[in-house]
Design a protein around this ligand. Structure first.
Ligand SMILES: C[S@@+](CC[C@H](N)C(=O)[O-])C[C@H]1O[C@@H](n2cnc3c(N)ncnc32)[C@H](O)[C@@H]1O
Length: 204
């Protein structure tokens, strides 16, 4: 019997905060018909589950065996893979949609770039990438949001926190998208989290 402590803590503490973000991500995946889809660094699998209720052609991938085990236990009808996002064993152009949600800021700059190389390989030419991640504050309300996000990230601590500071120093999600030659198609900013959901595509 496994207890999946880290997954349960994530579901208990973080999921209620990000619930509406996950619903909006699902809205974009259906609006742009981004299936088959891959959720890279899927964590506890909730987003895969939400996406899969309308279109089951969705795979979740995460490096943490415990997270993948927990996700598969909660959602046995969904497909989860335990793998490193810098080395994914799907064929080229396997997906029309890729999601990277809250999974750039916690990685080193090198790992982020390696993940993006894989995304470029896996995505079909008409495909889109949906990102959810932190931005630098852009107005008064988002400055309040930044304090809240800082406290949560501080609790995560260690490399996670250091990588997040570096991600924001480099310009957050907005600059990451620019540096990777991606075009923004649609953006939704969430002030009280200093977070953005952005639908993008690679330049032709
Ligand atoms: C902050 S969680 C994000 C979870 C989920 N995407 C969400 O929005 O709730 C980051 C996830 O990245 C995973 N991860 C870290 N390094 C990874 C790698 N190299 N390949 C795949 N997953 C990785 C962790 O195991 C963790 O579940």
């Amino acid at each position: 019997m496994r207890f999946f402590i880290s997954g349960r803590i994530y579901d208990w503490l973080i999921e209620p905060i990000v619930k509406r973000i996950k619903q909006r991500v699902a809205f974009y995946f259906h609006k742009y018909d981004l299936f088959p889809a891959l959720d890279i660094c899927c964590g506890t699998g909730t987003q895969c589950h939400i996406l899969g209720t309308k279109n089951p052609n969705i795979y979740g991938l995460d490096i943490d065996q415990t997270m993948v085990g927990y996700a598969a236990m909660k959602y046995p009808q969904r497909s989860f893979i335990c793998a490193d996002a810098t080395e994914i064993s799907f064929k080229d152009q396997s997906f029309k949609g890729v999601l990277i949600s809250f999974s750039l800021h916690d990685k080193t700059s090198e790992t982020r770039d390696e993940i993006m190389n894989e995304v470029q390989r896996l995505l079909s030419p008409e495909g889109n990438i949906v990102f959810v991640d932190f931005e630098n504050p852009w107005n008064i309300r988002s400055k309040l949001g930044a304090i809240f996000s800082f406290l949560i990230e501080r609790t995560a601590g260690g490399d996670h926190f250091r990588n997040n500071r570096q991600f924001l120093k480099q310009g957050g999600l907005r600059d990451f998208i620019k540096r990777h030659q991606l075009i923004e198609i649609e953006r939704h900013n969430i002030e009280l989290g200093t977070v953005a959901i952005v639908v993008t595509k690679f330049r032709d």
